[in-house]
Design a protein. Structure first.
Length: 203
């Protein structure tokens, strides 16, 4: 992954962690105008039209050349009263995109879990960013615990795999030595050893 793309993804992760909708809108607006896009703004630099339709229009204009920023506008267009399928769809895309970065985005993923929980009716409010700011720590603990469990399982699996490789290569460590396998009964060599040599009838 190029450093430019990674920076874009980390920006989106930081955007998710902004404490409220108004600040998030200012951050997205500043980034959009810095790219040279004309926007319908008030004198104080805030958006004149904050309707979901207007915000989705901005997202659509940015989608081709600036997909990460477009996702930020799609998030801004969401309302907690929206259909849960729509919320899950947008959040799912953001999770997939943010997760592809090499950086630590655990906090962002925890906040996005809160967004999903809002869609499921677990948390209530009218500002996704603000709600996420209140409850993300509990979701972060869940993510960290799950990652620890997965890492332990992976370590056990790797240990078993390494043991198998050593066995196959005849390089056995004390921890994974196997008992010698018994020779199959009635093998040809055993029969030869157990059968006495026939003596000549002349003797």
């Amino acid at each position: 992954m190029s450093s430019k793309v990674d920076k874009e993804l980390l920006w989106l992760a930081a955007f998710v962690c902004i404490p409220n909708w108004a600040e998030a809108a200012r951050a997205a607006t500043a980034r959009t105008t810095a790219l040279g896009f004309e926007m319908n703004l008030l004198r104080d630099g805030s958006l004149r039209d904050v309707s979901p339709r207007a915000l989705l229009d901005i997202a659509h204009r940015l989608k081709g050349d600036h997909p990460t920023l477009s996702l930020a506008w799609r998030m801004l267009a969401l309302r907690t009263s929206d259909d849960k399928a729509l919320i899950h769809e947008v959040v799912g895309v953001v999770v997939s995109v943010v997760s592809s970065t090499d950086g630590d985005v655990t906090d962002a993923l925890a906040r996005l879990r809160v967004w999903d929980a809002v869609a499921a009716g677990k948390f209530t409010g009218d500002d996704f960013f603000k709600i996420a700011g209140q409850f993300w720590r509990g979701e972060r603990e869940y993510i960290v615990a799950r990652l620890d469990e997965e890492n332990r399982a992976a370590a056990v699996s790797l240990s078993a795999w390494s043991c198998s490789i050593r066995v196959a290569g005849m390089t056995l460590s004390p921890g994974c030595r196997r008992k010698p396998r018994a020779r199959p009964p009635n093998s040809a060599s055993d029969r030869r050893r157990r059968t006495p040599t026939a003596r000549s009838s002349a003797s």
